[in-house]
Design a protein around this ligand. Structure first.
Ligand code: HEM
Length: 497
């Protein structure tokens, strides 16, 4: 039987040849790049032959996410394959790394080669279509400049009167005589109260016994939104299989809630009333942002609020198991501050307080896993060759997942027994130690970092001034719950006396 001839089969044949030539040319140019940069082969994750598409792999990830073992699972894979390895999942090439040098490269030196928006855009667009989390390049730079102007004067934006009011409301939730309560639940409420006070100039009052219904619904909507975004992030393309009605409704209501504040702010014009104090929306309005920009930036800030709760909850989980640290911290806080509420200067001058917070962020980083996509062919400095010392080629559209959960547990970076909670290790480490990325690094480093450190230091110092014992009522070890940030699935059960 001869080859079919005629115009259609010939066109198909021509197309196939063209495709083949295109592939050959691409392989050749990738090989040339590998040679140019001295790249080596990266270790590839071994998967069953039946799973050549990587579907089982996605299901495995989703399974670990559901069973609260995703972080342990990724850690096990690093132990098996090394600090940098590659998986192929649903046609995507995904590089996993916990190597501090590679993470630094992705976030700093090679920043321009990697984007955030491709992965985050589809997840965040319904709530912040033009928010800072969903844009890259020039759009991101404009938004970032807007934020920088607002957040640069930390002394001005840290409202100690508001912090103290929030602290006093928090105290009302602490049961007497060291009785058991879930301090994590209270910190989650405290964090959104602080952040809404900061962002809108009007706290949503979650800690209040009877918050206004609209504010209560807003806090609930934010919760639904964050849960869905993170769950869908883990599901990858399989997220399209789940229903999104509740998520969409929550997004619409939450946007409306913030938009109302934005429209009122714009209508007020530029306030001459200095007694009103600073809040983020007011500051942005004074710089001439329109209502949509006010709403997008403010919602982004509000989505970032849980990280404060993660850090405070992690700190008290660890303190409840380390009486020695509680005694030492309390003594130092009382010596340096005395019984009155602290000042800005006092909080920045207590190294041991900062060590405790850094150590807790090392254990429980708010963003334990993070990802970028390559916007061009580029290289990662390590992970190639037999000993991983050579660069590896990263192709355009490859995904890079980096794990602070694992990089924060490295003996090479943090000294012996990294699994031990020991704030004193920070006496010999700087906050810029390789692989320590609670706020990320580079141009996209958390712009709220200094504000967050002061707010957290304030609350820890006030609690240490007020109580001398943190009793541990937790039923067992920390069980991961990855929401927009990291939580303990069992809550953090302590008593304060
Ligand atoms: C302990 C508290 C906090 C932690 C651990 C934390 C951590 C982070 C991390 C890891 C990122 C980088 C995300 C990425 O690029 O993939 C980030 C970004 C960001 N954070 Fe925070 N954050 C905290 C508090 C805050 C606060 C209080 C604010 C606002 C006042 C804030 C505002 C932001 C914003 C707007 C971004 C996006 C920056 C950009 O994309 O350029 N964060 N944060």
């Amino acid at each position: 039987m001869g080859l079919p001839t005629g115009p259609l089969p010939l066109a198909v044949l021509g197309f196939l040849v063209l495709m083949w030539l295109f592939k050959l040319r691409r392989a050749h140019s990738l090989y040339a790049l590998e040679q140019q940069y001295g790249c080596g082969n990266v270790v590839k994750e071994k998967v069953s032959r039946l799973d050549f598409l990587g579907v089982l792999k996605v299901l495995e990830f989703a399974h670990h996410f559901r069973h609260k073992t995703a972080l342990e699972y990724t850690d096990t894979l690093f132990k098996k394959y090394g600090n940098t390895y590659m998986s192929q999942i649903l046609g995507y090439r995904i590089h996993f790394t916990c190597d501090p040098a590679n993470i630094k490269h992705i976030l700093s030196t090679g920043f321009a080669d990697y984007d955030s928006s491709k992965l985050r855009g589809p997840l965040f667009n319904p709530i912040t279509p033009h928010g800072i989390f969903t844009v890259d390049g020039l759009d991101w730079r404009v938004m970032r400049d807007q934020l920088r102007t607002q957040l640069s004067n930390n002394r001005r934006i840290c409202d100690f009167v508001m912090f103290e009011q929030q602290f006093q409301t928090f105290l009302q939730r602490v049961p007497p005589d060291g009785q058991r309560f879930d301090i994590q639940g209270c910190f989650i409420s405290l964090a959104i109260d602080i952040q809404s006070g900061f962002a809108l100039g009007d706290s949503v009052g979650s800690l209040h016994p009877s918050p206004a219904p609209a504010k209560k619904h807003f806090a609930e909507d934010l919760h639904v939104i964050k849960e869905t975004i993170v769950r869908d992030g883990f599901r990858g393309p399989l997220r399209h299989l789940s229903r999104k009605l509740e998520f969409r409704r929550s997004c619409t209501r939450a946007r409306r809630f913030v938009m109302d504040y934005a429209e009122r702010e714009v209508a007020k014009g530029i306030s001459q009333d200095n007694a009103e104090g600073y809040y983020f929306m007011k500051g942005l309005n004074e710089k001439g942002a329109d209502a949509a920009q006010l709403a997008n930036q403010t919602l982004s800030i509000l989505l970032a609020n849980d990280s404060i709760a993660t850090t405070l909850s992690g700190t008290f989980f660890l303190l409840s198991q380390h009486k020695r640290v509680v005694s030492k911290l309390r003594q130092i806080v009382l010596e340096e501050i005395g019984p009155n509420p602290p000042t800005y200067d006092q909080l920045t001058k207590i190294p041991y307080l900062t060590y405790v917070i850094h150590e807790s962020m090392r254990f429980f980083p708010a963003a334990p896993l993070n990802a970028r996509t390559a916007n061009k062919h580029t290289v990662l400095p390590f992970g190639g060759g037999l000993d991983g010392s050579k660069p590896i080629l990263i192709r355009k559209d490859d995904i890079l997942v980096f794990s602070s959960w694992s990089s924060h547990r490295s003996e090479a970076s943090f000294g012996s027994n990294p699994e031990e909670f020991r704030p004193e290790r920070w006496e010999n480490l700087g906050a810029d130690v390789a692989g320590f990325i609670p706020f990320n690094k580079g141009p996209r480093i958390c712009p709220g970092q200094r504000y967050a450190m002061i707010a957290i230091s304030y609350m820890v110092a006030r609690l240490m001034q007020t109580f001398s014992n943190v009793t541990d009522y937790n039923p067992g070890p920390w069980v991961e719950r990855i929401s927009m940030t990291l939580e303990n699935d069992n809550g953090v059960l302590v008593g304060l006396s």
